[in-house]
Design a protein around this ligand. Structure first.
Ligand code: OOG
Ligand code: NI
Length: 469
């Protein structure tokens, strides 16, 4: 029998092979990522593996897909459920200032530590907000509803196998083979001609809306490898003549601990797609919707740490507003140095980062009773803190990645009422599964490690967040 985690690993691997055939530049990105990772490992030794073994990091990918209706989201949740992936986190990109992004998103991923260690594959999944009147007027909305109701993204045989895999947490070898074939096939770029007029009418609102609702199938938008030095990767890709987006999203490059997530991408490529004109003739056209993203992951931040992160982003915006764009990085580095702890130790002691805690067995005998607070236990060498890797996404980075790959800003009519609210509950209801809170998952992992400590070493006071107000 093939266990869920092997289905997940198999899916990630086959998707990667398929996407590499479809988008050869992706293969180059994966190759350069591997080279960078090997170099970092050689240079920094075991310290390079502090946020994940080289085996995990090299195999690690996240995908991005986009669906049109709650029903499609429900179905895709079943496919990912079969792979042991659960919806985590809610991202609302509709208020992105410079571009029309009529979507709300979640990410499917494994949640248990041992499952993440086996294969951490995740998929950023966006739902088109068809009922949001700021983007779609009544006429367009009703055409869109009809179009989306008439398509089938996932064949019934795939969904039946998915349900069985989820219920039994495994499939026979033959069923696993069939399931993987159908699942990967569902995300392949379709050769079916696109109705040019229909696509264009959605594109006027948003290129993302056209990519989702303008075609009769779905596809993987990008597949993102993980790299240990994203600045070096950016340099090497540029050196090889690959056009990258302008920036690396997320925290700046700085001397302190890596936190959260840094992402960049090569620009969406013009891919040949068959287009059908109004007179029925089919011609070879081009669409730029798929890009090649890459990311570096850091330590998960606590709620307080995250508040601080968001505040720092605002501070960087403020200070950089009056300077040339080229200086934004330097501004960000200065803001970081001023406000973020320069060491992991301090990140833990100030309660800003998530760690698991472990008793230090060979602590030198210095006598005395262990202190009661976490900071003291760490300072005194009683406890060792191991970072918890950030497994999720960042709304502002996601918007930045979307945006830098759009050639047109689209349009949004902010005078119109929202029409329909899309919140985390909308997604949970659509899927019939709860969208999990990422913070709660990291807290659980931390608290489990605390509960395993000998009683005398269990801090009686949680780390008091400082500087987060
Ligand atoms: C998703 C864009 C956001 C990320 O990693 O934050 C994203 C999309 O293009 O569908 O991929
Ligand atoms: Ni992505």
């Amino acid at each position: 029998m093939i266990k869920q985690w092997r289905l997940r690993a198999g899916f990630a691997e086959r998707l990667s092979r398929m996407y590499g055939r479809e988008v050869p530049a992706y293969t180059k990105l994966v190759d350069v990522s591997r080279e960078v990772n090997e170099d970092v490992l050689r240079k920094r030794g075991t310290e390079a593996e502090r946020l994940g073994s080289i085996g995990r990091v090299t195999a690690e990918r996240h995908g991005a897909i986009r669906v049109g209706t709650p029903r499609e989201l429900h179905q895709v949740a079943r496919v990912f459920g079969a792979l042991g992936m659960h919806p985590v986190g809610f991202y609302d990109l509709r208020d992105t200032p410079a571009s029309a992004l009529p979507i709300v998103s979640t990410a499917f991923r494994p949640v248990a530590e041992e499952e993440l260690a086996r294969n951490p594959f995740r998929v950023f999944t966006s739902l088109l907000t068809v009922a949001d009147a700021r983007f779609f007027d009544d006429g367009l909305r009703s055409r869109l509803d009809t179009f989306l109701a008439g398509r089938e993204l996932f064949p019934p045989e795939l969904l039946a196998l998915a349900d069985r895999a989820e219920a039994e947490r495994e499939l026979s070898e033959a069923d696993a083979e069939r399931f993987l074939e159908l699942a990967v096939g569902a995300f392949e770029l379709s050769a079916e001609p696109i109705d040019e007029e229909w696509y264009a009418s959605l594109e006027r609102v948003s290129a993302v809306a056209a990519d989702i609702g303008g075609v009769r199938s779905t596809h993987i938008n990008h597949l993102t490898p993980r790299v240990l030095d994203i600045d070096e990767l950016y340099r090497r890709m540029t050196e090889r003549g690959i056009e990258m987006i302008d920036t690396i999203q997320g925290p700046p490059c700085w001397a302190g601990p890596d936190v959260l997530l840094r992402q960049t991408s090569f620009r969406a490529l013009a891919e040949p797609r068959a287009m059908r004109a109004a007179d029925g003739s089919v011609r070879r056209g081009h669409l730029r919707v798929r890009f090649g993203e890459v990311e570096a992951r850091g330590i998960a931040l606590t709620r307080e740490g995250r508040v601080l992160y968001d505040r720092l982003l605002g501070l960087v915006d403020e200070r950089a507003a009056s300077r040339p764009t080229a200086e934004r990085n330097a501004v960000a580095r200065a803001v970081w140095a001023e406000h973020l702890p320069a060491t992991e130790h301090e990140l833990a002691a100030r309660g800003l980062g998530f760690f698991t805690y472990h008793a230090v067995p060979d602590r030198p005998e210095v006598g005395g009773r262990p202190p009661a607070d976490l900071g003291g236990l760490l300072d005194g060498g009683w406890l060792r803190a191991e970072p918890i890797v950030y497994e999720d996404f960042l709304p502002r980075s996601a918007a930045g990645i979307f945006q830098s790959n759009l050639s047109d800003t689209g349009s949004r009519n902010s005078d119109r009422e929202e029409g329909s609210a899309y919140g985390v509950d909308t997604l949970s209801e659509a899927m019939g599964r709860e969208v999990l809170d990422p913070f709660a998952l990291y807290e659980r992992q931390r608290d489990r490690s605390l509960a395993l400590l000998p009683r005398a070493l269990r801090p009686t006071r949680a780390p008091r967040p400082q500087g987060a107000s």
